[in-house]
Design a protein around this ligand. Structure first.
Ligand code: HSE
Length: 436
């Protein structure tokens, strides 16, 4: 059978990884796909580097339009990133009847609905395994392996940069700023790490997972996004004293009222496997009603781990290219006509447990005032920690862990606690998930 022809848009880290793995494992991949898969064309602005990397095997151009408009190309791999030119090229490729593979979570989380609609109308596939958790086949697991289940919740460490920073903060007792500088010097964090450290990258990925877990449209604009920039070393230490680790989690939960979709630093019990995922590794925990909890762990970034996901998509498309579009796995795991309008809940309505840290005067009645405020709002205390005041000091930190409550109750409680004359400054609030 004639080879399937692929056009690659962008031959940076992941693009060159894809090129190399396809070449190295060509025979094995052909045995799996049933046809050989050839990168026939590469578009990159750095044409010299692209030529060097492809070594005469593929046609190299600097205009990506030449790839998406070439009638000989069956599949376009988009590895440009962002939502500007990448969106135009993906839509053009679809309009030209080409299947698309993309690692672009930002594009899918923000414009996925439009892209999938266009693909459905054209009868082509848009595959995106590499968009979430790099080499971990989490899209495949959610969309196919767990298809019998009503997915109840997903919680994932889906950003390696922030997990690396949090691991370093815990190991070395350093504050966020110091570790970020170190991570940048070592090349672990981007020169502009905003999307990573502010939680945006994780929220893109959580949005995609929520969509395929519950069969809802992509709704990044409704996701709650909080990064790790304000996290203090003392909170990591106090959490540790109470038996918890702090991780930046992407969380999505099904509730009777709607879907929770949120990214924020989260305390999790240190005995959970996912609490022990360190460095730049990723892990996703999925709770299904039939299977129970399943955990997926691996490299969430890097040339060959991400190429592993890109090529899995290429093989899938190669196998299914001749199948009737109606009989393929739907883009969002559910049939397009069965996409649900379950609402994404506003943050005030989400339910979770909380870690509260407050700086108080160490004198009789202070704790009673705080606990009365919590009791009046029906917030139950799970654990408490009070530090000895330092030498010659009259103020100290109190840390309270609460049982589950609605976020709006905690916000009301914090407002009242901060108004107490014995409490100095702001109350630090972190969310806590038992993940049991
Ligand atoms: N920047 C991401 C991370 C990898 O740090 O995990 C690509 O999604």
């Amino acid at each position: 059978m004639k080879p399937i022809k692929v056009g690659l848009l962008g031959i940076g880290t992941v693009g060159s990884g894809t090129f190399n793995v396809l070449k190295r494992n060509q025979e094995e991949i052909t045995r799996r796909a049933g046809r050989s898969i050839e990168i026939a064309m590469v578009a990159d602005l750095n044409i010299e580097r692209a030529r060097e990397l492809t070594n005469g095997v593929a046609e190299v151009v600097n205009d990506a339009n030449l790839v998406v408009n070439n009638p000989d190309i069956d599949i376009v791999i988009e590895l440009i990133g962002g939502y500007g030119i990448a969106k135009d090229l993906v839509l053009k490729a679809i309009a030209n009847g080409k299947h698309v593979v993309t690692a672009n979570k930002a594009l899918l989380a923000t414009h996925g609905n439009e892209i999938f609609k266009a693909a459905q109308e054209k009868g082509v596939m848009v595959a995106f395994e590499a968009a979430v958790a790099g080499g971990i086949p989490i899209i495949k697991a959610l969309r196919e392996g767990l298809t019998a289940n009503r997915i109840q919740w997903i919680a994932g460490i889906i950003n390696g940069t922030t997990n690396f920073i949090l691991s370093e903060m815990r190991d070395k007792g350093l504050d966020f700023g110091a570790v970020l500088k170190q991570a940048q010097a070592l090349g672990y964090a981007e020169a502009d790490p905003t999307f990573d450290i502010e939680g945006v990258d994780a929220a893109h990925k959580a949005t995609i997972m929520a969509s395929i877990a519950y069969g809802i449209p992509m709704q990044f604009d409704k996701a709650y996004v909080e990064g790790i920039t304000k996290l203090e070393a003392s909170d990591i230490r106090y959490a540790e004293d109470l038996g918890y680790r702090i991780k930046l989690l992407g969380i999505t939960k099904r509730t009777p009222e709607g879907i929770e979709l949120r990214v924020h630093p989260t305390l999790i019990p240190e005995k959970r496997l996912i609490a022990n995922v360190e460095g730049a590794m990723n892990a996703v925990l999925v709770q299904g009603d039939a299977v129970g909890a399943t955990l997926y762990y691996g490299k969430g970034a890097g040339a060959e781990p991400t190429a592993s996901a890109v090529i899995a998509d290429l093989v899938d498309i190669t196998r299914l290219a001749t199948a009737d579009p109606e009989h393929r796995v739907p883009h969002l795991a559910f049939q397009p006509a069965a996409i649900s309008d379950l609402p994404i809940l506003p943050m005030a309505e989400i339910v979770t447990s909380y870690y509260l840290r407050m700086h108080v005067e160490d004198k009789p009645g202070v704790l009673a005032d705080v606990t009365r405020i919590l009791a009046d709002l029906s917030i139950s205390i799970d654990a408490m920690l009070q530090k000895e005041p330092g030498e010659g000091e009259t103020r100290t930190d109190i840390i309270i862990l609460t049982h589950q409550t609605k976020e709006k109750n905690i916000i009301a409680a914090i407002e009242k606690i901060e108004a107490l004359a014995t409490v100095t400054g702001s109350v630090i609030k972190l969310r806590l998930e038992e993940l049991s």
